[in-house]
Design a protein around this ligand. Structure first.
Ligand SMILES: [Zn+2]
Length: 85
């Protein structure tokens, strides 16, 4: 494991929308996973990340994380192609 080789452009945070106060905040990607809880910094609502959640903000956060992770995979596998563009 060589952690120093992490891609420099990869974001480590995503925007999570609090569905109670409608104010988005930034949360670390590693915290957005099944079973973790974060607190909205604006209204202090406890948000539980679960794929079963009916919370639209939670679902969007999962979608965003998935997209970023897929993008990272692609950029790692195609790093030589990216330089050509
Ligand atoms: Zn809130």
């Amino acid at each position: 494991m060589t952690l120093q080789l992490a891609p420099p452009k990869s974001p480590d945070k995503i925007r999570v929308l609090c569905t109670k106060c409608r104010v988005p905040f930034r949360e670390k990607i590693r915290n957005v996973r099944e079973g973790t809880q974060v607190q909205c910094p604006n209204c202090n609502r406890l948000i539980t990340f679960s794929t079963d959640s009916a919370d639209l903000g939670v679902q969007r956060a999962f979608t965003e994380v998935r997209r970023i992770k897929n993008g990272l995979m692609l950029s790692i596998h195609r790093s030589s192609d990216d330089d050509g563009l």
